[in-house]
Design a protein around this ligand. Structure first.
Ligand SMILES: Nc1ncnc2c1ncn2[C@@H]1O[C@H](COP(=O)(O)OP(=O)(O)OP(=O)(O)O)[C@@H](O)[C@H]1O
Ligand SMILES: [Mg+2]
Length: 315
């Protein structure tokens, strides 16, 4: 019996129609063979610089009617990811070499990337919007979101926006060793703020981050608001060629997570090995009924845990 079948048995058969994606030493359903053949990883340092937006004032072409000045593009702020530290704490980086973890995320990302830009039915949600969720807290949503974002950003042809949508317990920046910044909450609460005012470019040229933003007691409610729905549509329209990964709240603690799920083109449910109960997974999948492209990642599995690097995390 394959490791994926064992994992599926453990969490119980009724998890269908969600597709197990892999095993970190995480677990997804076996991708189609051609999906496993890729090897496009490149050193991030080799990627071309993203062009900075033009800074000069708009110029009127005709002197007959003075044209209304176009608003200047707002420069996106820049943060420096400490790649050495990320590597030390076991996150995927281009400099980390081919660890088991890198290989796991290579398998996990392949079908997600393929579906991200596949033709879709009219009215289907954009496949490039990918929600990472779980039944309960602590199963590895942020770990999976960051590693998936890094892994996809290491590819030649893809740019990634990582959104910290777990607004009640934001942890993307913290996990990266960075202080909190304005972000999603601030845009939802202030009509004058544009996404580009709070979005962070990083030293991984193909990766930007939208932090969760200023904490707010209504944070989780806001995720289910009309403003959030509009923002997700704006992200989809503005960045149709980016993969957008939403680190999201767990499904069983709040009712809002499933509203967020309804805007997504793909959903990844992280299941913590040997901890999450079959009942919890079934309940989570029940919340996702009607959503398309639901996938399972079986996380923190020890079965294939052979590298000492990987062992470190189980200490
Ligand atoms: N595959 C893994 N290998 C090793 N450690 C892991 C793995 N997945 C997650 N962890 C660790 O487990 C802990 C919880 O992970 P993480 O913060 O990603 O969970 P979460 O689902 O985002 O939690 P929360 O619901 O609180 O946001 C972290 O310390 C993380 O580093
Ligand atoms: Mg988290």
């Amino acid at each position: 019996m394959s490791i994926i079948e064992k994992a599926a048995n453990r969490i119980g058969k009724p998890v269908a129609p969600a597709v197990p994606l892999a095993h970190v030493r995480t677990q997804m359903a076996p991708p189609a063979p051609e999906l496993l053949t890729d090897s496009q990883n490149v050193a991030v340092a080799d990627l071309p610089e993203v062009e900075a937006p033009p800074q000069g004032p708009a110029v009127a072409l005709s002197n007959a009617e003075p044209a209304a000045p176009e608003p200047l593009p707002r420069p996106t702020r820049m943060i420096e990811l400490d790649l050495a530290r990320m590597n030390e704490v076991g996150l995927v980086t281009a400099a980390g070499g081919r660890t088991n973890l890198v290989e796991d995320f290579r398998i996990i990302k392949r079908p997600l990337i393929k579906r991200a830009f596949a033709a879709r039915k009219p009215n289907a949600n954009p496949g490039n919007l990918i929600m990472i969720t779980s039944s309960l807290p602590g199963e590895g949503k942020t770990f999976t979101s960051i590693n998936l974002a890094m892994s996809i950003a290491m590819e030649l042809d893809h740019t990634v926006l990582l959104v910290d949508a777990d607004v009640a317990r934001p942890s993307v920046l913290r996990t990266l060793g960075l202080p909190a910044q304005r972000g999603l909450m601030d845009i939802l609460l202030d009509d004058h703020l544009d996404m580009s005012d709070v979005m962070l470019r990083t030293n991984v040229n193909t990766l930007s981050i939208l932090p969760a933003g200023t904490s707010n007691p209504r944070a989780t409610e806001l995720l289910a608001s009309q403003a959030m729905k509009s923002l997700v549509h704006e992200i989809a329209n503005r960045y149709p060629d980016r993969i957008v990964i939403f680190d999201s709240p767990p499904l069983l603690l709040t009712s809002e997570a499933h509203v967020l799920a309804s805007h997504m083109g793909q959903i990844v449910v992280v299941v913590e090995s040997e901890k999450t109960t079959q009942h919890a997974v079934k309940e989570a999948l029940h919340q996702l009924e009607g959503c398309s492209n639901v996938n399972l990642v079986y996380n923190k599995s020890r079965e294939l845990n052979t590298s000492s690097k990987y062992d470190y995390h189980y200490g």
